[in-house]
Write a protein that binds this ligand. Sequence first.
Ligand code: HEM
Length: 346
Amino acid sequence: MHARVIDYSLLALVLIEVISGLASFLVGKPEGSWLFMLHGVLGLAILVLLVWKVRRVFVRLWRPQHWDRATVVAALALVAVLATVLSGVIWTAFQWPLGYPNGLNWHVIFGLLLACAVLGHMALRFKPLHRRHFLGRRTALRYAGIIATGGLLWQGHAQISRVARLPGANRRFTGSREIGSRQGLAFPVTMWMLDNPQPLDVKEWRLHVAGAVAHPFELSVADLARGRIVTQDAILDCTGGWYTAQTWRGLSVGWLLQQARPLPGARAVSFVSVTGYRWSVPLTEAASLLLATHAGDEPLDHGHGAPLRLVAPGRRGFQWVKWVTEVRVLQQPDLGQWIAIFNSGL
Ligand code: HEM
């Protein structure tokens, strides 16, 4: 393949990988498992392109007299790509013990560094790509070969993990490992970004049901037991690389909405935490959710979101808002939540 086609293909694959990796954090239903497969196959296909690339630049990397400012960035990109692919493969095979940062956290850190290094490398060594560089049946066939090799490596990795009974063979389709299922609060406490509130004063705490509703109201902790209490089996799957299956018990959001009577035109429901963190779901979905007070028979503790945390089956853990103080009915989608999840807690 022409050198520039290899360079631009590496750039494209790295960007697709970063985007698919981050997008995978929004996938919690098995229908979306193809995204994880695509991410794995293309990530491993990068290794094939790397062999071509390193063969070409090896001499320059090896001889210090050829080095310049751009060589440092290029070497960084090479280290970062190897570290990203290796950490991805090691995490999916071994899922090394939890505790932060774990293998998946390192993988994401390396992946983001890689994106910066590759863009920096491109800026320093930019050369345009022309149609004549990549047109032709040969390039198409080689591309097919590269993706097929990525697929074979991915399959091989999955088979070895299964035959050798590596811990990763039991991972969920999201890559997460199981921890503390049906053992009450034995699953980890994770704090997102800057969220780390003081334990809430249950005497002062209120749940406000407000927004586009005919009958806004509030509930105290004592009032919760008077609402409709429901149970639901659901998997909490954290983007930090673990999941736990629990029977959750708590207040029906459908019941709250019935009491509040959403106005015509209401489209979504936002769940707001005491920290300012918030996430919204469509109104119809919200009606089927619950605000948990218990995991199994154990009451939630502060770290797990007491007095109320959202249980949103099929959505990733960062959407299961903790320390909920407000259920707000919306007539517009809440784009501001994308900022709130990064600056809440400040
Ligand atoms: C920075 C954002 C990224 C995120 C959030 C991310 C996320 C993930 C996740 C969740 C997995 C586990 C999937 C599973 O168990 O099947 C994974 C695996 C993997 N990732 Fe990434 N990733 C990122 C960047 C990258 C990049 C840039 C590359 C390639 C250079 C890459 C290559 C891989 C590979 C090779 C695997 C192992 C796949 C397998 O063998 O099954 N990732 N990544």
